[in-house]
Design a protein around this ligand. Structure first.
Ligand code: ADP
Length: 486
């Protein structure tokens, strides 16, 4: 490990944050954080349990009334200061993220910037929460609507975007005046702890943000979800866990936001600019090494251009440099852990066993880390598991279609509905297909849709609720109507 790596690791707080204090878990337990490129331990952090989580909720509950009463401008300025600090420390934060998550440094830097933008956006939204004043239809009363913070919220985030998944929940919660218990992913707790440290430095009062890192997510957060002091749950993660959490949320009738799995189709029509389509396909597939819920999980290409598209994708994918993300030339890092590596390998093996043809890759990389080679499969039998399951890795299966109708039907043939990508130069077709696809987001001639100023979210089993945009803060606000007799 280099001196720079050691320095950024040492600088991160490694305890729980409860009521403004960093403290070890009540049990004294700690857990190891691994570098997925080397499978070696890089840090140990506090392993919280129910007692810690309840203490965190107690601190959030106590801080809630005072925090709700603060001036929106004050909350806005805390977010803006945190944006400035994150931006100033982008290099160190990116290195930290690469060490615990594996993505190449350039991608970590891009995520730090994207993550910080949520704080800037919500610092601007904090002072723009709308209300309404209306004369009743009968004219004898006045109808006033206002928005108030929901109350203490539980935020649960995944490991694939360790910083951005946090800021897109914490940003609007702070802007709205909610206090929080934040449970980051156990595989990547360090970026979240660094983020919490920055918010404290930015002037966030004690108890507003509490952080509980833990290896026992279900046992530790379960009692919080059933506790009447908690008023909302915002979760990003797998559909299976999301479903269980929706069910558990019924007991206290919690407000719930869910960002779950995806099975994003990437449609290429014969009239598309093929250079742009390949460029977009590489981004849609390989951003974050394919470990994103927005990652293109299947390419559907019109028959007449499929051979050309597959050849160009194969050339691009085969040329990618795989390795430890801290090295300058590396374009694809490791997968997050052995479990994810086994899953990707088993999905490819399954497709190959059914007759898929490997154009490049199709095998694990070497080394103690969790590497898988960028892979293109074409053709792929439609009964392959990867047609319906989320791959979450650097694997591009290419299928073909014969008509617009068939393309739309293929795109919608999934229980998920997060995002779809469409490449065409025909404006009418772009509009028709966008309207017909059942997803929360559509990228037209662009391979990435994420933008802090836009509402990110899905339909069907990809979840509900939106993060970012004007809609993002609404998830943390309740509407109250006051009728005044005149
Ligand atoms: P992934 O497969 O991406 O790790 P998970 O849904 O397992 O997705 O994890 C996403 C987040 O949900 C992580 O922070 C994880 O610790 C947390 N989590 C997993 N299981 C539970 C559970 N039963 N209750 C609450 N949180 C959970």
């Amino acid at each position: 490990m280099s001196a720079g790596e050691r320095r950024v690791l040492e600088a991160v707080p490694k305890e729980l944050l409860i009521g403004g204090e960093w403290r070890p878990a009540a049990s004294g337990r700690r857990f190891a954080v691994q570098d997925p490129a080397t499978a070696s331990t890089i840090a140990e952090v506090a392993d919280g349990s129910v007692a810690d989580a309840l203490a965190a909720l107690g601190a959030a509950d106590e801080a809630q009334p005072g925090w709700a009463a603060t001036a929106p401008r004050g909350r806005s300025e805390i977010l803006r200061r945190a944006f400035d600090i994150i931006t100033a420390r982008a290099d160190d934060l990116a290195l930290l993220m690469t060490l615990e998550m594996g993505k190449p440094l350039a991608e970590s830097k891009a995520e730090i910037s994207y993550a910080a933008e949520f704080f800037r956006w919500f610092s601007e939204q904090a002072v723009r929460v709308p209300g309404n004043y209306q004369v009743s239809p009968a004219g004898n009363s006045r109808l006033i609507t206002l928005r108030q913070p929901v109350g203490p919220v539980l935020l649960i985030t995944p490991w694939n975007f360790p910083m951005a998944m946090g800021t897109r929940k914490i940003g609007p919660a702070i802007a709205a005046g909610c206090t929080m218990v934040f449970k980051p992913a156990e595989l990547t707790p360090l970026s979240s702890l660094a983020l919490a440290g920055i918010l404290i430095e930015s002037g966030l009062p004690p108890g507003v943000l509490n952080v509980v890192t833990t290896t026992t997510a279900g046992d530790t957060t379960g009692p919080l979800i059933k506790d009447s002091r908690l008023r909302k749950l915002s979760f990003t993660g797998s559909t299976a866990v999301g479903k269980a959490l929706i069910e558990a949320s019924a007991e206290q009738v919690l407000r719930v936001s869910m960002e779950l799995g995806g099975n994003a189709p990437f449609l290429v029509f014969a009239d598309a600019d093929l250079d742009a389509a390949v460029e977009g396909a590489m981004v849609a597939k390989m951003r974050n090494g394919g470990e994103a819920c927005t990652s293109a999980n299947r390419f559907h290409v019109e028959e007449s251009v499929a051979t050309e598209f597959a050849a160009r994708m194969t050339e691009r994918m085969a040329a990618l440099t795989v390795g430890r993300g801290t090295e300058e030339a590396v374009e694809v890092g490791p997968l997050i852990d052995a479990k994810q590596l086994d899953k990707v390998a088993s999905l490819v093996d399954d497709a190959v066993a059914r007759g898929a043809q490997v154009r490049c890759g199709g095998e694990r990389g070497s080394g103690p880390g969790y590497f898988y080679r960028p892979t293109v499969l074409c053709p792929v039998p439609p009964d392959s598991r990867m047609r319906t399951e989320e791959i979450f890795g650097p694997v591009a299966p290419i299928y073909t279609f014969a008509s617009e109708e068939e393309a739309v039907a293929a795109a919608n043939d999934t229980e998920y509905g997060l995002v779809a990508y469409v490449y065409t130069r025909d404006l009418g077709r772009a509009v028709r297909v966008s309207e017909a696809i059942k997803t929360g987001m559509v990228g037209i001639n662009q391979g990435v849709v994420s933008n802090p100023a836009a509402p990110f979210g899905g339909v069907k089993q990809s979840g509900f609720g939106r993060e970012g945009g004007e809609e993002g803060i609404e998830e943390y606000l309740d509407i109250k109507y006051i009728g005044i007799s005149t």
